[in-house]
Design a protein around this ligand. Structure first.
Ligand SMILES: NC(=O)c1ccc[n+]([C@@H]2O[C@H](COP(=O)([O-])OP(=O)(O)OC[C@H]3O[C@@H](n4cnc5c(N)ncnc54)[C@H](O)[C@@H]3O)[C@@H](O)[C@H]2O)c1
Length: 329
C-alpha cells in the first residue's frame, strides 16, 4: 500500500483513489432511476460504493440497477416518494441493512409537471406539493441519514492525519469524512425565471437549507453542499428537445453557454463525486454552479448575440412568443 504522508492534510491510499475512492462505502441517490440521479448512481458504483436508488419510477430504477450490476457494481432499488416521511426513514434503513452502513446521500428527486406560474397563478395544492418535494424531502432525508452516518463512522479507508500544530496539541481531532450530503439545487436557485415561483423559490430554499445543515452537521464530520446545474440534457430532456424539433433553437440555447454546450448527467455526477470524496472534506455549505459558465455571463452581451442569431435565423421559434409557454410578454 502506498500512502502520501507529507505532513499535510492529504492522507489517503493511492490505490483507494485510483481503483475505487468509495470502496466499502454506501450511498443513497434519490431520483436515481434516470437523468442526473442515474448519472450519480453510476458514478458512485463505478468508484466502488454500494448504491441504493430511491425513485417513484420502478421500471427505470430496476433497469438502472441491472445496468450497474452488469458492469460489476453494487446497487439496489427501492420504490417510493421521498417527500413521504416513512419512505425517507425506510430508505436509510434499507441502505444500512443492504450495505452495512451509510456514508453518502444525494438528494436529487424532482418531478415538476404543473408547477409553472406566478404567485397569482399557482394553485395552493401545487405550492404545498412542490415545496414538500423540493425542500421538505431534503429535510426528511437528512433527518434519518445523519444519525445513520454518525453510527457508521468515518470512511473505513481513511486514516486520520497526525493532529499537531498550534492550538491542536490538546484534545481529540475533530471527526472527518464521516458523511457527505449533496443537495440538488439549480441555476434557478441563483437567478429567477419568469412565472416559476414554485421551482425557483424551492431551489433557492435548497441553498439556505444546505448552509444550515453544513453548520449543524460539520462538527459531526459530515459535509453538506449544493450543486446548481445549468441545463443538463437527460433522457427526458432529450426526448423533449426531439419532440420540439427546433434544432436552431437548441443551437441558440447551447451558444449562450460560454463553453458552447449544454451539460450531460456525467458533468453533474463528476462534481458530486468530488464533493463526496475525502479531498473535499474542508468544503461545506457551498453551492457549486456546474453550468458551463452560464451564470457568470453579463446578460447584455448575451442579448446582443442572441439578437444577431435570431435575425440570422428568421424561422426560429422563441420563447418570446407567449403561445410557447414559459414567458408572458
Ligand atoms: N436537467 C436539468 O437541466 C436540471 C437543471 C438544474 C437542476 N436540475 C435538478 O436536478 C434534479 C434531477 O433532474 P433531472 O433533469 O435529472 O430529472 P429527471 O426527470 O430526468 O429525473 C428525476 C428523477 O426523479 C424521480 N422522482 C420524481 N419525483 C420523485 C419523488 N417524489 N420521489 C422519488 N423519486 C422521484 C423521477 O422518477 C426521475 O427518475 C432535479 O432536482 C432537478 O430540479 C436539473
Amino acid at each position: 500500500m502506498t500512502r502520501i504522508t507529507d505532513g499535510r492534510a492529504a492522507n489517503y491510499r493511492i490505490e483507494g483513489d485510483l481503483m475505487g475512492r468509495f470502496d466499502g462505502r454506501s450511498a443513497i441517490v434519490t431520483g436515481g432511476a434516470l437523468g442526473i440521479g442515474g448519472g450519480c448512481a453510476r458514478r458512485f458504483a463505478a468508484d466502488g460504493a454500494g448504491v441504493l436508488i430511491v425513485d417513484v419510477n420502478e421500471a427505470a430504477g430496476v433497469n438502472t440497477v441491472n445496468e450497474i450490476r452488469a458492469s460489476g457494481g453494487k446497487a439496489e432499488f427501492m420504490a417510493g416518494n421521498v417527500a413521504d416521511e416513512s419512505v425517507a426513514e425506510e430508505m436509510v434503513e434499507t441502505a444500512v441493512s443492504t450495505f452495512g452502513r451509510l456514508d453518502l446521500l444525494v438528494q436529487n428527486a424532482y418531478a415538476g409537471a404543473g408547477n409553472a406560474g406566478s404567485a397569482v397563478e399557482v394553485e395552493s395544492k401545487n405550492w404545498h406539493a412542490g415545496m414538500d418535494l423540493l425542500v421538505g424531502a431534503l429535510y426528511l432525508g437528512a433527518k434519518f441519514a445523519v444519525p445513520a452516518m454518525e453510527e457508521s463512522g468515518a470512511d473505513p479507508h481513511y486514516e486520520q492525519v497526525e493532529w499537531t500544530g498550534a492550538g491542536r496539541r490538546h484534545g481529540d481531532p475533530p471527526a472527518r469524512n464521516v458523511g457527505r450530503i449533496v443537495n440538488m439545487s439549480s441555476v434557478h436557485g441563483l437567478h429567477q425565471a419568469p412565472r416559476s415561483l414554485i421551482y425557483n423559490a424551492g431551489k433557492a430554499a435548497v441553498i439556505g437549507l444546505t448552509k444550515q445543515m453544513a453548520i449543524d452537521f460539520g462538527p459531526l464530520g459530515i459535509t453538506v453542499n449544493a450543486i446548481a446545474p445549468g441545463h443538463i440534457v437527460t433522457e427526458r430532456g432529450n426526448a423533449n428537445w426531439n419532440e420540439v424539433g427546433d434544432d436552431a433553437g437548441f443551437r441558440l440555447f447551447e451558444l449562450h453557454y460560454p463553453v458552447r454546450r449544454t451539460g450531460e448527467p456525467e458533468d453533474i455526477a463528476n462534481a458530486v463525486g468530488f464533493l463526496c470524496s475525502n479531498e473535499a472534506s474542508f468544503i461545506t455549505g457551498q453551492v457549486l454552479a456546474v453550468d458551463g459558465g452560464m451564470t457568470v455571463q453579463l446578460q447584455e452581451n448575451l442579448v446582443m448575440d442572441s439578437k444577431d442569431y435570431i435575425v440570422a435565423n428568421p424561422d426560429l421559434k422563441t420563447h418570446f412568443d407567449s403561445s410557447r409557454g414559459s414567458s408572458r410578454f
